[in-house]
Design a protein around this ligand. Structure first.
Ligand code: PMP
Length: 428
């Protein structure tokens, strides 16, 4: 069933570390051979052995309207004929910035980059440059890309592979990274008191997706906002997952809390390598060439990447019903999964926000990294493989959110619910 994937994986390991260009793809945490994909259309991915999968990762977020969206594909094809890069400014970059500002109104200025990592790394440097302070607070289990400062209790792949400290990240760097539990406002308050006038920023995933899907407790984000206001700290929302996914205006709009700086990735590029950071004018004006906080990119604002993102964001902006549909589909899946999981009699928790959802085999609420990590990870691995065998592609890790795409039909969701029922019968 996976013969071609198996031989491709063997071949890949000869010339690519671990056979993959991003660690979680290797299936190391769930075991088995990673499935090599050949093509995808709408809600379905097709592997090198001709197997079809209903896709619940959407390329880890970007493919919110499904794969190979006709408008996006057409726009890329047309744009490519005019050259794939100039290294000089284009009108399209202005249009993209204007579009982002129209969707996230508290973003006064926005700078395009090529990944979520770059966006978060640059936003943090900017917050440090703006405040003249070095330290920052992040939350255990939140991932903000692989820049050195963020690789401390970073969820996602690091949690998947149980990497506690990352060789290569110096103590000098990680000493400036302060961490506490997600949803623990009191701990944040305490850190700010222990390090007066030293904290440049608090960076947070407003809905966390890198330890499964974890919801902000009522008042948590508002509390961060008021601590930042009181102490002159820059509040950074990492909306790499949630931006343009939870609403046209992202988590800021959906949860009605404004950050000072916002980082974007994933959906903003329509599947091309794109990130962005933006926010308040007074802070953004510190970035070069206006200010001396340096940040740059040879391929930043790349025309193919811009047209892909611009086309996808325009679809989302013009059809706000998409968000209602996505939410209804995710709620439908939630209800269906809940029924079959209850019938199976194993303790479980389903967390959901908008079109992000995760299943934890746990008998306690999952509200932060510790409660996510004490779920039954072994059972998740079995569930993952039982689902894969039935043509359902879930994230290959218990520490990742699932992402729904709007090409999913009710029938796909029913097939997924039935597959969960059969999988549980097989593995329990
Ligand atoms: N922030 C968050 C919240 C993410 O989920 C990710 C990637 N999963 C990143 C930042 C890093 O983005 P990229 O992989 O594009 O560098």
């Amino acid at each position: 069933m996976y013969n071609n994937s198996k031989s491709l994986f063997e071949r890949a390991q000869q010339s690519i570390p671990g056979g993959v260009n991003s660690p979680v793809r290797a299936f190391k945490s769930v075991g088995g051979t990673p499935v090599f994909m050949k093509k995808a259309k709408g809600a379905y991915m097709f592997d090198e052995d001709g197997n079809r999968y209903i896709d619940y990762i959407a390329s880890w977020g970007p493919m919110i309207l499904g794969h190979a969206h006709p408008a996006v594909v057409k726009a890329i094809q047309e744009k490519a004929a005019d050259s794939t890069s100039f290294g000089a400014p284009t009108e399209l970059e202005i249009e993209m910035a204007e579009l982002i500002r129209s969707m996230a109104p508290n973003v006064d200025l926005v700078r395009m980059v090529s990944s979520g990592t770059e966006a978060c790394m640059s936003a943090l440097r900017l917050a440090r440059g703006y405040t003249g302070r070095n330290k920052f607070i992040k939350f255990e289990g939140c991932y903000h890309g692989h820049a050195d400062s963020f690789l401390v209790k970073a969820g996602s792949g690091l949690a998947t592979f149980n990497i506690q400290t990352v060789p290569g990240v110096t103590g000098g760097v990680s000493n400036d990274t302060l961490t506490c539990a997600y949803n623990d406002l009191q701990a944040v308050e305490q850190l700010t008191e222990e390090h007066p006038d030293q904290i440049a920023a608090i960076i947070v995933e407003p809905v966390a997706g890198n330890m499964g899907c974890i919801l902000p407790a009522p008042g948590f984000l508002e509390g961060l906002r008021s601590i930042c206001d009181k102490k002159g700290i820059v509040l950074i929302f990492d909306e790499v997952m949630t931006g343009f996914r939870l609403a046209a205006g992202g988590a800021q709009q959906k949860l009605n809390v404004d950050a000072d700086l916002v980082t974007y990735g994933k959906v903003i590029g329509g599947g091309m390598p794109v990130g962005a950071f933006g926010g308040k004018r007074a802070i953004m004006e510190k970035i070069a060439p206006l200010g001396s906080v340096y940040q740059a990119g040879t391929l930043s604002g790349n025309p193919i990447a811009m047209i892909a993102g611009y086309t996808l964001l325009t679809e989302l902006k013009n059809n706000p019903g998409i968000y209602t549909e996505l939410e209804q589909k995710t709620a439908y899946l939630h209800t269906g999964l809940q029924q079959v999981l209850e019938a199976a009699g194993k303790p479980f928790v389903i967390n959901r926000f908008g079109s992000m959802i995760s299943v934890h085999f746990s008998d306690h609420a999952v509200t932060d990294f510790t409660t996510a990590a004490t779920a039954d990870i072994e059972l998740f691995k079995k569930y993952f493989h039982a689902m894969l065998k039935r043509g359902i592609y879930l994230p290959p890790s218990a520490f990742e959110s699932w992402f729904l795409n709007n090409a999913l039909t009710t029938e796909d969701l029913d097939v997924t619910i039935k597959a969960t029922k059969e999988s549980l019968e097989e593995i329990l």
